[in-house]
Design a protein around this ligand. Structure first.
Ligand code: AP5
Length: 215
């Protein structure tokens, strides 16, 4: 099972990715998490992309495609994987098709911008694992602490107001060609494409995704 999650920042892709990963026993491949991990460990890529991410701009196709290339070669991807935040540009989608990386399902998360801002402003993350919380909708058991490790949760730098504005602008620029491409792939019978109303509760969306993937 090879799944792609599409959608604007803060629509809940990463949150649902965790459920899907556990339920279907496939790895979540989040380019955002991988890039943040690079910044955290201060490696070569991390140094290049730190400012780009914090400003809410997109990292180059070359860097993210290379990350994906290496990641999906790993053994845990043999029965499938979940791409969370990739592809994000039409060039990235072409990268997959050019390399014969077939996708089975594309799930597009849809939500008005007003709700996106509420979701993002209350988000807290555990950098090392990528686990995501929300102070109101999905709080940790102990305030500001990760449920599994007890380590401190942080607010993402790119969740600051100015970065969110840039991220939403980037999304506006790149989203439509990508959706058009995948809708066409659906018409050709190459993928299954579903739109998810991301304003629903965590549990309802989870149920809807299970129904889709069990069909
Ligand atoms: P990335 O980490 O991929 O960020 P994003 O796509 O902007 O998405 P988010 O992580 O903001 O949101 P999400 O949809 O996962 O929502 P979440 O589940 O956290 O990318 C970050 C940056 O890296 C990019 O800006 C770019 O610079 C770079 N990058 C990454 N991939 C790239 C690529 N392919 N090409 C180029 N550059 C790339 O949920 C949000 C909040 O809402 C949480 O607090 C959560 O608890 C809460 N929540 C979730 N679902 C619900 C619900 N149903 N009800 C109530 N609350 C909910």
């Amino acid at each position: 099972m090879r799944i792609v999650l599409l959608g604007a920042p803060g629509t809940g892709k990463g949150t649902q990715a965790k459920f899907i990963m556990e339920k279907y026993n496939i790895p979540q491949i989040s380019t955002g998490d991988m890039l943040r991990e690079s910044i955290h460990s201060k490696n070569k890529i991390g140094m290049i992309i730190k400012n780009i991410i914090e400003e809410g701009k997109l990292v180059s196709d070359k860097i993210v495609c290379n990350l994906i290339k290496k990641r999906i070669k790993r053994e845990d991807c043999i029965n499938g994987f979940l791409l969370d935040g990739f592809p994000r540009t039409i060039a990235q989608a072409f990268y997959l098709s050019k390399n014969q990386i077939k996708i089975d399902y594309v799930l597009e998360f849809i939500m008005p911008y007003k709700s996106i801002l509420e979701r993002i402003s209350g988000r807290r993350i555990h950098v090392q694992s990528g686990r995501v919380y929300h102070i109101k909708f999905n709080p940790p058991k102990i305030q500001d602490r990760d449920d599994v490790t007890g380590q401190l949760l942080i607010t993402r730098k790119d969740d600051a107001k100015e970065s969110i504005k840039n991220r939403l602008e980037e999304y506006e620029k790149t989203h439509y060609p990508l959706v058009k491409y995948y809708r066409n792939e659906k018409k050709l019978g190459n993928i299954k494409y579903f739109r998810i109303d991301a304003t629903h509760s965590l549990s309802l969306i989870k149920e809807q995704i299970e129904i889709i993937l069990n069909k």
